[in-house]
Design a protein around this ligand. Structure first.
Ligand SMILES: [Zn+2]
Length: 320
């Protein structure tokens, strides 16, 4: 149970709602939630990032306006939770930087709040997804969790003592940029051998294409081909598992989690990924047991669910 309830029964829950919006590099996903996390309606549209930040903001506003317009008259949207990738100053409501969308130092919370006439809370997409899994999904009843989003990039939400941890400057959880192979391939971030360079969905696809000459093979297909015995796919997938395994071994040694949750698009590969990954992490930990690694409950919907939770949380704070 999260969020506010006015105490006068089910009707009040149905009247009071929030909208959660998850802005990704590919899609903008939005949904209406009540205080129990029940989803009433949802929408998904492409992120027009090639048209620039203004077009992306317009898409966010359109998504909110459209969902609100579809609700019955008695329903009242109380707030909007908005989560975005990259660097976010949640306190100031600023989207500081996102390489895959192209905005910099954007006062996104204010811009959206003014346009839709609702209080808006802004936060980081992967931390919000981790929060959704912690409160409503696979991480329920756990206190020490690592949520890993494997998608276009690799990022994580560090959860300790039942709270999502952002770090001193909001940069905690950059599992994708742990340099796991010191002499490895260059990463777009400027370092060498980052986890993301080997283990993200785009890395699997790109590396398979470079090695085989076959383009447009998705990460999921690379994993399927590896399972089917394609030696090139096997090699690429084994390196991805090794890179991710090393990063997770480091995290386990440092933070001693009870559970590691895999989310993001690559979670769709299920046991084909989880089985070798569990084995890799167990093999990498010599003197201590490995925590279980399992899939999240919400997969691609975790971000907007977390955004909804953040909106309810913000409503409980004075001053919004
Ligand atoms: Zn990097």
């Amino acid at each position: 149970m999260t969020g506010i309830r006015s105490g006068d029964g089910q009707d009040a829950v149905r009247r009071d709602l929030v909208i959660g919006v998850d802005v990704g590099g590919t899609t903008v996903k939005a949904a209406v939630f009540d205080s129990d996390g029940l989803e009433y309606s949802s929408s998904k549209r492409l992120t027009p990032r090639h048209l620039g930040p203004d077009a992306v903001i317009t898409t966010i506003i359109d998504a909110i306006v459209e969902l609100r317009a579809q609700l019955p008259e008695a329903a009242r949207v109380r707030a909007v939770g908005l989560v975005v990738p990259g660097l976010v100053d949640a306190e100031q409501g600023i989207a500081i930087y996102a390489a895959n969308i192209g905005w910099q130092q954007l006062p996104l919370r204010r811009l959206v709040a003014e346009a839709v006439g609702l209080p808006v809370v802004l936060d980081h997409d992967v931390r919000a997804a981790g929060l959704a899994e912690l409160e409503l999904g696979s991480g329920r009843d756990f206190q020490e969790v690592l949520f890993v989003a494997l998608g276009t990039g690799v990022a994580a939400a560090v959860i300790t003592r039942g709270q999502v941890f952002a770090g001193a400057t909001g940069r905690a959880g950059e599992l994708g940029h742990l340099p796991v192979f010191p002499e490895g391939e260059w990463c777009a971030c400027g370092q060498r051998g980052c986890t993301e360079t080997y283990a993200s969905a785009s890395a699997l696809s790109r590396r398979y294409s470079a090695a085989s000459g076959i383009s447009d093979v998705s990460a999921q297909d690379v994993i399927s081909r590896a399972v089917d015995g394609d030696p090139t796919a096997e090699g690429i997938f084994a390196e991805a598992v090794a890179a991710l395994g090393r990063a997770l071994v480091s995290y386990v040694l440092l933070m001693d989690p009870e559970l590691i949750i895999i989310g993001g698009g690559m979670a769709a590969s299920g046991e084909a990924l989880l089985y070798p990954l569990n084995r890799e992490v167990q093999a990498g930990l010599v003197w201590r047991p490995a925590p279980p690694i399992s899939n999240g409950k919400f997969t691609g919907d975790a971000g907007r669910r977390g955004a909804g939770l953040l909106a309810w949380r913000a409503l409980q704070e004075p001053g919004l």
